[in-house]
Design a protein around this ligand. Structure first.
Ligand code: SF4
Length: 315
């Protein structure tokens, strides 16, 4: 059974110029222990989608089912329980950590608020968590500004997993880190996933990162899903012109397998009151009149969905 199923999820924001369709009719599911990589350029709605799923933002329309139960409109008590089961790791741990709390106090806080631990048991659990994420003892009384980015992110991870969540939204958790530190944090996330059967929604603009960590990938463009399938299938047989452009931008050191970079020209459509039709049409090299009709996501082969009305002609 899927741990998380979202159906026709929408998140709109009012603005002075009209309604911003930040997330527009997104449907997918994630199985327990799996990782769904959510990719796309900045501003495509992937972070908003992650935050809407874990109820940091209220959805405009659609369904979010968690462990089979519709959690779209919960009362206060239901929300409190859900917040323990669904956690988030932010891109910038510096702005998400309280600058006045030490590492120790930051990790202790959620344990204390949950009332699951007290006294020696509380201290022992905090120590266990800090050991688990690799925060050395000498840094445990330090403040966030005294830590490097990697250690700050380890604190963010310790906090996120403190209450044994089932789903963790990882919102660009390594994009602010040096490449060598990125690999350490990704390995830590994968070890934790294996040990605690965590399910991840991994939001990133970096396809080489999701290739490493994801079971499935969902590609978003201007608030909509344009392609989704298992990770290896996406890298072996990308279908949507936007996915192909993203993949062509991944640098490779294999001189025998260099791909020509697909440079996207044209303006990006506005997410404010978007017109019907393919939202990628203004930048797509294959766009024709036909593309200005509404396009839908179709299953092209088992588990591989894509929204492009000219697939047969361009692949
Ligand atoms: Fe390009 Fe048309 Fe396909 Fe959109 S529907 S990706 S514009 S060919």
């Amino acid at each position: 059974m899927a741990l998380l199923e979202i159906e026709h999820l929408k998140k709109y924001f009012p603005s002075a110029r009209g309604t911003v369709h930040a997330v527009d009719d997104v449907t997918f599911s994630i199985g327990k222990g799996e990782t769904m990589g959510l990719v796309g350029e900045s501003g495509c709605g992937k972070s908003t989608l992650g935050r809407t799923i874990i109820h940091l933002l209220e959805s405009t329309e659609g369904t979010i089912r968690f462990q089979g139960e519709d959690v779209t409109r919960l009362d206060k008590r239901g929300l409190k329980k859900l917040r323990e089961d669904m956690q988030i790791i932010f891109q910038d741990p510096y702005s998400s950590l309280n600058p006045r709390l030490t590492v120790h106090d930051t990790v202790v806080e959620p344990l204390m608020l949950s009332k699951r631990f007290e006294g020696d048991a509380l201290e022992a659990e905090a120590d266990r968590l800090m050991d688990l994420v690799g925060i050395e003892k000498r840094f445990r009384m330090s403040y966030p500004h005294e830590l490097d980015g990697g250690r700050r992110q380890r604190v963010g991870i310790a906090r996120a997993i403190a209450l044994n969540p089932k789903l963790v939204v990882c919102d660009e958790p390594v994009s602010a880190l040096d490449v060598s530190i990125q690999a350490q944090i990704l390995n830590l996330l994968m070890d934790l996933q294996e040990e605690y059967e965590l399910t991840y929604l991994f939001v990133t603009h970096d396809l080489s990162v999701v290739r490493h960590i994801s079971t499935n990938i969902c590609v978003m463009y201007l608030g909509q899903m344009v392609e989704t399938c298992p990770t290896q299938e996406l890298f072996d047989h990308p279908l949507h012109p936007y996915t192909k452009a993203l993949l062509s931008a991944i640098p490779t050191i294999d001189i025998h397998n260099q791909k020509e970079r697909i440079l996207l020209k044209g303006e990006i459509n506005s997410p404010i009151n978007p017109k019907p039709g393919c939202r990628f049409a203004l930048r797509c090299p294959y766009a024709t009149e036909k593309c200005h009709q509404p396009v839908e996501l179709h299953e092209i082969s088992e588990g591989h969905f894509c929204s492009c009305c000219r697939l047969n002609e361009i692949n």
